[in-house]
Design a protein around this ligand. Structure first.
Ligand code: HEM
Length: 181
């Protein structure tokens, strides 16, 4: 994918790439598959709603009693988010993938986050509701993607500003991956 930027001499926004990479990673550990954000970008239109709600949480998470007068009201939430399809797509995605996990039981290997929740429910049906499973799947995407992307961006930013550390990392990675970096 990076070769394509080099060959066409297009500017490559590393911040965007890392954000899309983080999305794919969180999708993979939650649902067991990525949605190819790396190549397709935000084709599920999730970034807008994530931006709106993370700003909201940063402010009103400090004064939680306000929430019942604000976005706890679904009509107001739809109005503030503006792009209602984005919210619905996100919820649809969580519901669809949860249903798929119920239909395809775990058969071994590393379990996804969703499979663990579904197995837990099958063993102890009262421990968690379907809505809570959907909420946890959405929670991972909203809590895990920006944070991971920001951490990765910082790592790259500081590595690029500190050539000694960058060289040392390349040397270490080259040795363990047995590749020339
Ligand atoms: C560098 C990456 C990350 C940072 C800096 C970070 C930071 C945090 C912080 C500060 C909290 C609040 C803890 C508290 O309540 O005191 C939190 C909660 C949470 N994080 Fe992360 N996180 C990261 C990655 C992730 C990832 C990858 C996932 C999921 C795949 C995730 C899922 C969650 C969830 C679900 C919560 C809420 C837990 C609860 O119910 O209290 N986070 N994270």
């Amino acid at each position: 994918m990076l070769d394509e930027y080099a060959e066409t001499k297009r500017v490559c926004n590393l911040g965007d790439i890392l954000k899309n990479y983080a999305m794919d990673t969180i999708f993979a550990i939650t649902f067991g598959k990525d949605f190819n954000y790396l190549e397709k970008g935000d084709h599920l239109a999730l970034y807008y709603v994530l931006d709106v709600f993370t700003d909201y949480l940063a402010i009103f998470g400090q004064i939680p009693w306000c929430h019942r007068f604000l976005l706890k009201n679904p009509r107001l939430a739809g109005w503030v988010a503006g792009n209602a399809s984005s919210q619905l797509k996100m919820m649809d995605l969580a519901i669809r993938e949860t249903e798929a996990s119920f239909e395809k039981p775990y058969t071994g290997g590393p379990a996804t986050f969703l499979q663990l929740l579904v197995m837990n429910k099958q063993q102890n049906p009262k421990s968690i509701t379907d809505d809570e499973i959907h909420g946890n799947a959405l929670g991972n995407i909203s809590a895990g993607s920006d944070t991971t992307a920001i951490a990765l961006r910082s790592v790259f930013y500081y590595l690029l500003k500190n050539p000694t550390s960058y060289d040392k990392l390349c040397e270490e990675a080259g040795k363990s991956l047995k590749a020339e970096l």
